[in-house]
Ligand binder design. Structure first.
Ligand SMILES: [Ca+2]
Ligand SMILES: [Ca+2]
Length: 349
């Protein structure tokens, strides 16, 4: 049973990657010009904010990795330098707020080391990436309630269940405190543009490097927590999933108590106070999906560049390997996906 599950997982993973690979080939051949035109159009409407430059050097760093105590020391030091706290709230109106935490500047080694197991081919070679400036990042994924302050009619719907003895709507994904899903990359960027007016600063999606740096919080290991404690830190495809998908590929050693997306912030945070970076829902990043080593001089952090956009972190429907800090996947920016949401980033003053 376990072997069969692993085999099925491999098939599913390859299927999704074939999709991305095929898309890249079509883009390279210039056969998907409407997709590129969509991106240009979004730039013309001014919804995007340019990402900061990251410096890339050799894939080793004397400042990396660091432990949780050092992560918190650096975070407090950055907050003190800005004359404030490590956490702030944005008022979205209607009694709804959004919490952001301060991510200190620093450098890290991005991607998976060759001895990480499991490992996917697009996670290496690694690169040394420097985050030059502190930035604010959503403490949690954006919720349905928060997103509906921007688009009141949005409905994340249900996770429908269809099999031999059951057809119809399954568990809700539309509760106020569940993460918003079924929103495209363009819509996530439009939310960030709307949020900029509330925050008094230009908000956007995190770049892929910012996302991984924040997710790791100093840890060079597959997860920011010990692998044997993952179910305390993340909602993944644990044995709960069998209640809605009897055929599901799941990890029956994990027991996180949630069959679909959970209310944000229910699981333990990483050292910088970020919840659900591993699991719950995948998260759109600003960056175009391109091969490693990660670099910033090839337009991948350009919000108006064409190409599929990166998603990170895995979801309630994914095995631990897809919830790792280094795991990468992508979708075209106009896709609305049942297990993909986002969190926001704002530059610190
Ligand atoms: Ca779960
Ligand atoms: Ca997540």
């Amino acid at each position: 049973m376990r072997k069969r599950s692993q085999a099925l997982c491999g098939v599913a993973w390859r299927r999704k990657h074939r999709q991305a690979d095929a898309l890249q080939v079509l883009l390279a051949l210039g056969l998907l010009w409407p997709l590129g035109r969509l991106n240009v159009a979004s730039a013309q409407t001014g919804i995007a904010t340019p990402a900061p430059k990251s410096e890339i050097r050799n894939p080793n760093s004397p400042h990396w990795p660091f432990d949780a105590a050092e992560a918190q020391r650096r975070q407090k030091e950055a907050a003190t330098a800005l004359g404030g706290q490590t956490e702030r709230q944005i008022d979205l109106g209607g009694g709804v707020t959004m919490a952001l935490v301060l991510i200190p500047p620093g450098e890290f080694v991005m991607g998976a080391p060759k001895d990480e197991s499991p490992l996917d081919p697009d996670e290496s070679p690694q690169a040394r990436v420097r985050i030059e400036r502190p930035f604010w990042l959503g403490k949690c994924e954006v919720t349905n309630q928060q997103y509906r302050r921007f688009k009141p009619a949005h409905n994340s719907r249900t996770i429908d269940t269809y099999w031999k003895d059951r057809t119809g709507p399954g568990p809700s994904a539309n509760d106020d405190l569940q993460p918003v899903i079924r929103i495209s990359w363009h819509e996530a960027m439009q939310f960030c543009q709307w949020l900029s007016g509330k925050a008094g600063a230009p908000c956007r999606l995190p770049t892929e490097s910012e996302w991984e740096y924040a997710c790791r919080a100093g840890a060079a290991t597959p997860f920011s927590c010990p692998a044997d404690q993952l179910s305390k830190h993340a909602n993944i495809a644990d044995k709960s999933l069998a209640s809605i998908k009897p055929w599901a590929v799941l990890d029956d050693k994990q027991s996180d108590g949630a069959s679909v997306s959970a209310q944000v912030g229910k699981y333990q945070p990483n050292a910088w106070g970020l919840h659900d970076m591993h699991g719950n829902v995948f998260e759109w990043c600003l960056s175009v999906y391109k091969p490693y080593p990660y670099r910033t001089d090839d337009d991948r952090e350009n919000p108006s560049a064409a190409g599929p956009r990166v998603i990170r972190g895995g979801s309630w429907d994914d095995l631990p390997r897809r919830c790792r800090s280094a795991f990468r996947l992508s979708y075209p920016p106009d896709y609305r996906v049942y297990n993909v949401g986002f969190r926001v980033a704002c530059p610190a003053p």
